[in-house]
Design a binder for this molecule. Structure first.
Ligand code: PRX
Length: 635
């Protein structure tokens, strides 16, 4: 039995059971029937979580762009692959057909080659949500270069550290970006980053805002004249199944960001299969994911997953509140969107606005609604269900991670009955386990613990670029022979999963994964700061916001404090980006510490969340007296 697209709950259970009983055949059948291979694999799966080492479809050869573009030309060359909806609604939307996408990607690939980029080289892409972002990603994949997309809201320091970590040779950027009424000088930010990136040899610049910028002779090139001269034919580079496809950085609870490395064949099969099922995509549908391609959601569910299925995928350059709060609904009506995938933080922000914005638009094309990035609260779920889906479009609450490459736990719409706040059931091929703190697996239902995955799946990241030990330590040592997600979850009486949130020092703010350590490191660079600690506290739009406790070297006068708060947020913006700014900064004389000197964040978190009656025993702290001082001065 092969069922690429599951049609009902019974079939889901059948397929799921098969995927657990015989995972290799399960994935081999999907891979064989639905993709183009230049050479078949010798072995479906080879794995050892103790190393950890995972290989899918070893021996196979392919190119992901042949699967995402070329193979569709025979049957649907004129079909729209990408709809581009610009920031300004007065600017015309673009419809890029599969044929045109092929031409654009080939031309871009040839430009990359002319610039000396070859298989295995790393290329940093720092672009706004314009078609060139998708095209340049695919061009890298076509010639076997490894793309490392950096979200175009990150600062120059963040770009430089990512470029240096994986030693990119090239940056692809634009003169600037449009975000609502703002124009952002992306090239200026890149120029600053490139002051400390010795490996960068060239910069390709896409023209978007037409704002004058500096072009460094010999290094920087406008891309359009090069594309105009390039051939629109570019043969694919034949890739091995396990050749790296991309690196994407994600925050860790400690230290520098982790360059998650994804490989070619497994990622392709997994992103395509999950896209087809979780969105129940049907021929002719228009699918829209509002994420930025700078995050994994955009990689897997704007670019690779949809295109591998020959779908029409919409890319939106702008923001939900420009020109006003009806923009999302206007786009759904304009392009007759069938599947709409967004984040809880966006839903919460839009739910605060008047209902007219939604009600004045015809949303009857919608068939499936999705959310991703953080737990969705019940209120937001109902608002989405009632007002956007009109109670007829199932909501898929999709749980997954940069590391997992694709959706792991999610309802299948029109199959799995949904319950608000539950991601429900594992997709075929995914074997979750809940663990207690002693490392024992919690069997049966009605349990909660730490969420692990006990069997490999094709989309999983294979390593952290340049640091396999960190990969092992972060994901494979907490629980023997299991991938540890960093999340807590419960399994209810019928086996549905509900994700309860991070159990480490990662805080999800507006759906963005932020590690506390890099933010604290940035704050501590301020000359007046001695030490700091960051925790999350609930926020009605962002989900969580950041609360910082800061010890100053000299107490100083409190009238200086507001200036210091601004400066601290400025440093964070420079080091990481505005998404990591603190909502509250409390200056304090001390931080609660264990006898071994470790900051007790649990106590700080409780104080920030106004849960001071459940602080627990603080008498064993090195400095129990600071707790009361912190409570008394809470903001
Ligand atoms: O804590 C989980 C949360 O987001 C984390 C992964 O973040 P990132 O790698 O940036 O990828 C986000 C997009 C896939 C997870 O460890 N998360 C993601 N989706 C959900 C979620 N938490 C609850 N429910 C979800 N649906």
């Amino acid at each position: 039995m092969s069922s690429y697209q599951i049609k009902n709950l019974e079939e889901y259970y059948q397929v799921y059971r098969k995927s657990v009983r015989d995972p290799e055949n399960f994935w081999a059948e999907i891979a064989e029937e639905h993709f183009v291979w230049r050479k078949p694999w010798d072995k479906v799966l080879d794995w050892d979580f103790s190393k950890p080492e995972v290989k899918w479809f070893e021996g196979a050869q392919l190119n992901i762009t042949e699967n995402c573009i070329d193979r569709h030309l025979a049957t649907q060359a004129d079909k729209t692959a990408i709809i581009f909806e610009p920031n300004d609604p007065k600017e015309k939307a673009q419809h890029i057909s599969y044929q045109q996408l092929h031409e654009k990607v080939c031309a871009f690939s040839n430009v990359l080659k002319d610039q000396g980029i070859k298989k295995g080289d790393r290329v940093c892409i720092y672009l706004p949500m314009i078609p060139e972002l998708a095209v340049s990603i695919l061009a890298c994949a076509r010639i076997g270069a490894i793309h490392s997309v950096v979200f175009a809201g990150f600062s120059s320091t963040a770009i430089a550290s990512r470029i240096n970590d994986c030693e990119c040779n090239m940056v692809i950027t634009s003169d600037g970006s449009f975000r609502g009424t703002k124009k952002i000088d992306l090239k200026g930010i890149v120029d600053e980053a490139l002051e400390s990136t010795p490996t960068i040899k060239s910069v390709l610049v896409v023209k978007r805002t037409e704002v004058p910028i500096n072009m460094k002779e010999g290094r920087d090139h406008w891309v359009q004249p090069l594309l105009d001269k390039a051939s629109m034919d570019c043969p694919i580079e034949i890739m091995n199944a396990e050749d790296p496809l991309f690196i994407l950085y994600t925050s860790g609870s400690t230290g520098k960001p982790k360059g998650m490395m994804h490989t070619t064949a497994g990622y392709m099969v997994y992103s395509a299969y999950t896209f087809k099922n979780v969105f129940q995509y049907k021929v002719g549908d228009v699918y829209w994911c509002t994420a930025d391609i700078g995050w994994i959601t955009g990689h897997s569910y704007i670019v690779y997953g949809p295109l591998a299925n020959g779908a029409t995928t919409l890319m939106f350059e702008g923001v939900p509140n420009f020109p006003d709060f009806s923009r999302f609904w206007e786009i759904i009506e304009k392009h007759k969107v069938n599947q709409f995938y967004t984040a809880p933080t966006a839903i919460r922000a839009l739910a605060k606005e008047k209902l007219d914005y939604v009600e004045n638009h015809d949303l009857s094309s919608l068939k499936v609604l999705g959310t991703v990035g953080e737990p969705i609260n019940e209120e937001a779920w109902h608002w989405y269900n009632d007002n956007v889906g009109k109670k007829k479009s199932p909501i898929v609450d999709t749980w997954w991670q940069t590391e997992t490459g694709g959706i792991m736990i999610s309802p299948i719409p029109y199959c799995t009955p949904t319950i608000p706040t539950y991601a429900t059931l594992p997709l075929p091929g995914i074997q979750p386990a809940l663990m207690d703190e002693q490392g024992k697996e919690l069997k049966g239902n009605q349990v909660d613990g730490r969420l692990c995955i006990k069997f490999p799946w094709p989309g999983m990241a294979r390593t952290i670029w340049g640091d396999h030990k960190r990969y092992k330590d972060t994901y494979f040592t907490a629980f023997e022979n299991k991938y540890f997600t960093g999340d807590g979850a419960l399994r209810d009486t019928v086996g549905y999963y509900r994700i309860t949130g991070r159990v480490d020092d990662v805080i999800i703010v507006s759906g963005h994964n932020l590690g506390t350590a890099p933010i604290e490191d940035a704050i501590n660079e301020h000359p007046a700061v001695a030490e700091s600690a960051i925790v999350g506290f609930p926020h009605d739009v962002k989900g969580n916001a950041l609360y910082g406790y800061v010890i100053l070297k000299e107490t100083g006068e409190s009238r200086m404090h507001d200036n210091l708060r601004k400066e601290i947020n400025q440093i964070i913006t420079e080091h990481i980006g505005p998404i990591a700014k603190l909502d509250k900064i409390q200056f304090t004389e001390g931080l609660p510490k264990t006898r071994s000197g470790k900051i007790m964040r649990r106590i700080l978190r409780k104080i920030a969340c106004n849960e001071t009656d459940s602080l627990g025993d603080t008498s064993t702290l090195l400095n129990p007296e600071v707790v009361q001082e912190i409570i008394d001065n809470k903001l």
